[in-house]
Design a protein around this ligand. Structure first.
Ligand code: FEO
Length: 390
């Protein structure tokens, strides 16, 4: 795509990555993504805010063909999807200085061949006047690395937010409907930002003093209804967990899936929605999205080689890293001759502040006593949800 003027003196640049299906070799992104860079031209000086992934550097350099001079390249974040093209851009513009946090300067030198003298670290709230456009740098660590910052241009009421408020959505349009954006934004939040909920809430609060008209992130379309995306992120990060149960499971011969079905029905009878997630068919992105709101997780697994099925073990490991707002956890196991999974799940989730409810364990195919035990688990869960049907 060619560069596009979005305001007088401000151009979208960057690359739409239609074909990318995995991000960070970790999160599936079924709708692709984009790497947005923004050219801000004042009457005196010119700045490029972020670059693109190294694989797409030639697209950015072509967009810069009619830009004879760059005074600054602002690197909000050192991760290579935004900084990968930085060395080639700096090679093209030997006069340009790299504006970033002190910590980002260190990261960028660790990751990329950039000479130390090219860097001009900025303090929190420091400004650079380009002539009629003032870049104000707000340090916002942990969206999504510890070195990150955003840029506020008060004259245009635009916040350039890099990963903050990003969405994984490849689109030829710079503006899309709220409905089109909600799913990709939630996927982005769940897969990238959920572990940093506390910092996100703090930064959203800080931004409330700004009269923002547009948020221009470095992934996905522009937010021209900034309140919508801020409130979505505020809710995902800060609302109390919802009265809902997620059940990640694997079933080898049908016993575990029968336990899961019974639990789903027992919860439903008590007015509690439940979402079974067959991990043979659920990718990491869908798992992460499913974890954003629910209060309760029940892991269900056959005992394999004396422990969790590896897919359930992997899910528990990832869940511990994503730090959802879950408050209650339990397990359901089927076994033939021995082995326990509850201790394993407790150990994997030891970093989460959750209460463990009594597990259910079933030898062989679930019988009448096992179904009663599952009813007991559903009842224990319902007692944690005051508005459930008794
Ligand atoms: Fe879009 Fe954390 O990089």
């Amino acid at each position: 795509m060619q560069a596009r003027t979005i305001r007088e003196g401000i151009r979208w640049m960057g690359a739409v990555d239609w074909d990318r299906r995995m991000f960070d070799a970790l999160i599936p992104i079924p709708q692709g993504t984009s790497y947005n860079a923004w050219l801000v031209q004042g009457s005196d000086k010119v700045a490029l805010l972020d670059t693109v992934d190294d694989a797409m550097v030639d697209i950015l350099l072509a967009q810069l063909a009619d830009v004879p001079r760059l005074d600054y390249v602002v690197a909000h974040h050192a991760e290579q999807d935004h900084s990968g093209a930085l060395p080639r851009v700096l090679e093209r513009y030997p006069e340009a200085r790299v504006i970033c946090t002190q910590r980002a300067a260190g990261f960028l030198q660790d990751l990329l061949p950039i000479a130390p003298e090219r860097f001009q670290p900025v303090a929190d709230n420091e400004t650079i006047d380009l002539g009629g456009k003032t870049l104000r740098f707000l340090h916002m660590p942990w969206v999504h690395w510890p070195e990150t910052m955003v840029t506020w241009v008060a004259e245009d009421r635009i916040l350039f937010s890099c990963d903050f408020f990003g969405s994984h959505l490849a689109s030829a349009d710079l503006f899309v409907s709220r409905e089109s954006l909600l799913g990709p934004s939630k996927l982005y939040y769940a897969g990238i930002m959920m572990p940093f909920k506390a910092q996100i809430l703090k930064h959203i609060e800080r931004l409330s003093s700004l009269d923002i008209e547009w948020i221009c992130p470095s992934h996905g379309p522009i937010h021209d209804r900034p309140n919508d995306i801020r409130e979505s992120w505020r809710g995902w990060a800060g609302d109390a967990p919802s009265r809902r149960v997620v059940i990640p499971y694997v079933s080898m011969h049908g016993s575990t899936s029968r336990m899961v079905s019974h639990l789903v029905e027992a919860l439903s009878l008590r007015g509690i929605p439940a979402e079974p997630l067959n991990l043979l068919e659920t990718d990491l992105g869908a798992l992460a999205v499913a974890l954003v709101e629910p209060s309760t997780l029940v892991f269900a697994s056959p005992v394999v080689l004396n422990g969790l099925h590896p897919l359930v073990q992997s899910a528990a490991y990832v869940i511990a890293a994503l730090k959802p707002k879950t408050r209650f956890v339990s397990t359901m196991a089927t076994y033939s001759w021995g082995g326990k999974i509850d201790e394993q799940v407790r150990a994997l989730l030891s970093g989460l502040k959750v209460e463990f409810l009594a597990p259910v364990s079933c030898k062989g195919s679930p019988g009448a006593d096992d179904l009663v035990a599952i009813d007991g688990l559903a009842q224990a869960i319902s007692l944690q949800h005051p508005d459930a049907i008794p």
